[in-house]
Design a protein. Sequence first.
Length: 550
Amino acid sequence: MSGYAAVAVAELAAVAVRPEASPLTAVGGAVVDRTPPAVKDWAVREFGNDDKLVLQLGILAALALFAAGTGLLALHRRRTAAVGVLAFGLLGALAATGRPDSTSSLDAVPSVVGAVVGAAVLYVLAGRLPHPSAPPTPASPTPSVSEPPPASPTPSSAVAGTPTPDEGTSAEPPSDEDAGRTPAPATRPSRRVFVLATAGTAAAATGVGFLGRRLNASTAAEAEASRAAVRLPAPASPAPALPRRVDLKLPDLTPYTTPNKRFYRVDTALTVPRPDVGSWRLRLHGKGVKAPLTLDFQDLLSRDLIERDITLTCVSNEVGGPYVSSARWLGVRLKDLLEEAGVKPPSRGGPANQLVARSVDGMTLGTPVETVMDGRDAMLAVGMNGEPLPFDHGFPVRMLVPGLYGYVSACKWIQDIELTTFDAYDVYWVKRDWAREGPIKTQSRIDTPKPLARPKAGRVTVAGVAWAQHKGIDRVEVRVDEGPWQRAELAAEGPLDTWRQWSWQWPATSGSHTLQVRATDRTGYTQTARRTGTVPDGASGRHSVVVNVT
């Protein structure tokens, strides 16, 4: 119960500070920060978009175990147990103030307040808990017929023999009907007192938790309203019209454009940031910046916007994995902003070779300045598939650079851009053993048939997608059971920075078969058969599926 009360009060206190300062979010963020890349990849692979929910449930489970342990300790050492709760709260406070997005010592307040309340509740309730080893109150003896009752004590002896008032005792003198009975020894409070105290605490904690949820919901509703009020202008440079057969529209084949709700999400934010669009600001500064810029959201919308179809890929995507999606983006060309600020790429004498993007949640991503300014459609995006960015995908503004994995280019909820060098600063993922530069590797995937499918013998459609952003797909080939490679039919080619669909008609025979795919990009590179993991710069290898033809 003390743990429940502590969490409820801490969550309410976080509303007054900021949602990211809540103990669950702060401790969860600290766990994510210290998780080895291999474990992070395993969590993403096993739980997908639910990985954050699983982590939070794990933290709650750990908290419940700690609360149970301190509760047992409080049976015999309630002061020690209360101190333990305070120490646990201190860990939460350190986690909150140690997060990359922490800018104030106030972030420690929710954890401290929650710990104080939790310790107090534990101490008080433990004092009202009937001790299981306490001796039962002896029954009043029946006076013997042959023995006269004991004489009543004199007033002085009564005063001397009266026990000191304590919990469960009375300071009043004995009544007439108690005369002649042996006084009962002092006892701990009854179970009824403990149950009433516990129920009252539970009711109060539930009320506090409900209030916290209502206030958080109100804040979220305000953020949603600010997003709903955004009206995106028409692009000065619209996206080129897509060829008619860019999407083959085959059953089970990934669509060419990914709906926003199905677009992959991989980030470290346990609580999705919801910046207020009215107070949001972007600062551009640093090495080689001659004219620093500070822009608000309307400043961006008033500029010439470009609209482009771009496929994004997460470096955590394993061979054949789902963490690749394509959308139509609207935004400001990043190169234009950098040039306006006086930035030059290293090839033209610029002193900075790394662009560090910072998110409102403290995430830092490092991007090669030369790549950003080489003419590709790197942008600060404000729109996605015809609407303002969803909060999950970076509203109000995110950065994206075609041809680079997201961990070095796709900063969501961006609020700061600093020009520096790779030698001077290591960003979040580089500190965790990922490569400094992350060009996307040429890959392909079989979408249909699914692994262990049971198609009927005869003509079977094998289809999927291939991607080599900013290089383009030239050829896709499929083979069965290590046989000869067969050239697949490619869908019409869209923009260079998007994926490409393909299909192949397989004359399937009964039995178990292994299908394998490989792609060749416009530079002439063909996917290697050598399998590597995602760390440090993305997975390589060929996707294959096993099917059973009936």
